[in-house]
Design a protein. Structure first.
Length: 682
């Protein structure tokens, strides 16, 4: 089997190291007082100590150009002329290694390619436990000296250590006795293996470049010699796609580093340096993001230390404290609806035939690479059906599949299971709910492309208030709106938000808003007056901090990009400043007699067998109950029916109403129950 010319060059240079080792071994044996001692290297005899005291410092071994050295270099020249470059030479050029650096690297990795060298080094170190070259031995084999500052500095702060090509073990020992080690990744690279280390692979992302965005500005910067660029990303833009495309345009591959995963790693800075080394080994560009506020400057500096093109990505402004030199700053625009529709259609291909892609996806705020993943998820879901045809529901499921789990930890997810036909509400209320859906579906076009809410850092969100007595259908309406939009519904649990400690409530709310902005979902604040209440006159510190909390919420809602619904039983308690920022206010009245009769029919369902004596008109006209109470009574009646043979009778329903009255603290009057009062007495 023909050997790789690059690996052959490396092994040829290692053979030259072996020749020097043979010469040094011969020199050591010539004046060794105990050549046959079986415990050599495990102790020091008196004769050996005397010899050490009497011996003067020997001059370093002169590394003559051996036959193996000349032969390997000649073969490398021929291979490069034939189009087979030497990785060792490319490594030396990329990391600016001197000839001495290359020799030190070869000495350090010799045992990694030939196990005989471990025994050689044990003998030459005069210690069988030290089976790698020490600093003193490596310098001696390379013709360098420990007392020369230039030679010594190559193993203290030279490019070998700075580039991560070499490590010094046992820092507590004196420098000459510290052992040299070449990382396995570097040895593998020189032998032709491009497999990334597993720890580093865990913080890398696939360089998926969607055909979106204009990389011309970044290309001009890279061609002008600018090494570091910061892309300020937008909520529906893709700095990663633009960066990968820009690097490809200038003829460079990309390594994409996920800084969010990197930050959570216990050895984040070391992994960042490993990523920088990987970029230099591969000769590609580095794309890293997201850079967020609060990130450690040491981590950003470690990522930005590579000499090759580095493109950092974040949604916030650049912090000058992150690096010593400011990068070129480029703003990434948001993607338009038409661009995202084109990406959907391109990713779906023929599978999208017959589907109104624009109508099914316009409400989703996705980055271009998220569109590609969502389209793949939609095709996967469609493959599970008998026909295998992609539908609008599959597109919605694919878009929701990209929702992260951050919001799941802060709110309760509800999968919408009701539709408009399940609502029993007056026309005015239904029209207002349809308006919420309309605003949510087209907010990107109206607020984004048409810029109908310019300036002030305002977001593209929609916020509506659902006000009405308990049980009038507020939560169910929120579920319907979410379902019609193809979005998940997340109900915020106030117990996880409100905190007695000053400032903690604002932090919790900020986490919720930040998480909600990154997912395609409807955020429902139930009992919203608890946190969106009126500001009061400042009489003490508690009032002051309560007002600060309200002010924070006002500012946060201004910049919110999602869809939030505030449900309250007490509209009068909502601060007027919040009301002014609301897009829609929906007042839910108590149902009238006709609506209550329909509610009884809907809540009892169609599966439970009904007795002929069931009088829904009487139930609707006699009992003034909200929809929630009617539903609770219907469930209670169903239990009574299940225990009495499985047929629902009027007695079961009347008894359930009486139980609901008792729960609500209302009196059970004979005039309300009319002719069915005897059922209660029974």
């Amino acid at each position: 089997m023909r050997r790789d010319p690059s690996a052959a060059h490396l092994l040829g240079r290692v053979a030259a190291v072996e020749e020097r080792i043979r010469r040094l071994v011969a020199a050591r044996r010539a004046d060794d007082p105990q050549p046959d001692d079986p415990f050599r290297g495990l102790y020091l005899s008196d004769e050996m100590v005397d010899r050490l005291l009497d011996t003067e410092r020997r001059p370093p071994l002169q590394p003559d150009a051996s036959a193996a050295f000349l032969a390997s270099e000649r073969e490398a020249d021929l291979a490069e002329a034939a189009g087979h470059p030497s990785r060792l030479r490319e490594l030396a050029r990329e990391f600016a290694l001197s000839p001495l650096d290359v020799e030190l690297l070869l000495v350090a990795l010799a045992a990694d390619v030939d196990p005989r060298f471990e025994r050689f080094f044990g003998y030459l170190n005069d210690d069988v436990t030290q089976r790698r070259p020490t600093v003193g031995l490596a310098l001696e084999l390379c013709g360098a000296s420990l007392i020369l500052v230039a030679d010594r500095g190559r193993l203290l702060h030279g490019p070998l250590l700075a580039g991560g090509l070499l490590t010094l073990d046992e820092p507590d020992r004196a420098l000459p006795a510290r052992m040299l080690r070449v990382p396995d990744r570097v040895v593998g690279h020189l032998l032709g293996d491009d497999t990334i280390d597993l720890p580093l692979a865990g913080v890398l992302a696939e360089p998926l470049a969607a055909e979106w965005g204009d990389p011309a500005q970044i290309v001009r910067a890279l061609r002008a010699g600018i090494r570091s660029v910061y892309l300020r990303d937008s909520s529906t833009g893709s700095g990663t796609s633009v960066a990968v495309r820009a690097l490809s345009t200038v003829g460079s591959d990309s390594l994409v580093l996920d800084l969010e995963k990197l930050r959570s790693a216990p050895d984040s800075v070391q992994l960042a340096r490993a990523a920088v080394r990987e970029v230099r080994l591969r000769g590609c560009g580095l794309v890293a993001g997201p850079v967020v506020g609060g990130i450690e400057p040491a981590l950003v500096a470690a990522v930005d230390a590579v000499s090759r093109p580095t493109i950092l990505i974040g949604e916030g402004a650049w912090d000058a404290s992150w690096t010593q030199q400011l990068p070129a700053l480029v703003q990434v625009p948001p993607s338009t609806i038409d661009e995202r529709v084109a990406l959907w259609q391109g990713a779906l291909g023929p599978a999208a035939f017959g589907v109104d892609v624009a109508g099914a996806t316009e409400q989703f705020r996705l980055k271009p690479e998220q569109v590609a993943r969502a389209a793949a998820a939609a095709r996967t879901q469609a493959a599970l059906t008998p026909t295998g045809t992609v539908t609008a529901d599959h597109l919605g499921a694919g878009a929701r599949a990209g929702n992260g789990s951050a919001l799941d930890r802060l709110a309760r997810r509800v999968e919408p299971a009701v539709r408009w036909t399940d609502l029993v509400l007056p026309p005015a209320v239904l029209n207002a709910l349809h308006e919420i859906e309309l605003r949510a579906r087209f907010r990107e076009r109206v607020l984004g492309e048409w810029t109908m809410r310019p300036g002030g850092g305002r977001g593209h969100g929609v916020v509506a208030l659902l006000a009405g007595d308990s049980g009038t259908g507020k939560t169910m309406s929120a579920e319907v709106v979410a379902g019609e939009l193809g979005l998940d519904l997340f109900v915020v649990d106030l117990a996880t938000v409100v905190d007695k400690y000053i400032g903690e409530t604002e932090k919790n709310l900020d986490k919720i808003f930040a998480a909600a902005a990154d997912v395609n979902a409807v955020l429902l604040f139930d009992e919203a007056d608890a946190i969106f209440g009126k500001r009061s006159e400042v009489k003490d510190a508690h009032d002051r901090y309560a007002n600060v909390e309200s002010a924070f919420l006002l500012q946060r809602m201004e910049s919110f990009n999602g869809l939030a619904l505030l449900a309250t039983n007490l509209r009068a308690n909502i601060d007027e400043a919040f009301t002014r920022r609301l897009d829609v206010v929906v007042d839910f009245p108590l149902p009238d007699a006709a609506h209550r009769a329909v509610l009884w029919d809907r809540c009892l369902g169609v599966r439970i067998p009904r007795d002929d004596d069931l009088d829904l008109q009487f139930l609707g006209g006699a009992f003034e109950l909200a929809g929630g109470a009617i539903r609770a009574a219907a469930v209670t009646a169903a239990y009574f029916a299940a225990g009495a043979g499985g047929v629902l009778t009027m007695e079961h329903v009347i008894t359930a109403v009486q139980r609901e009255y008792r729960k609500l603290g209302r009196l059970t009057a004979e005039r309300e129950f009319g002719k069915y009062w005897t059922l209660i007495a029974r």
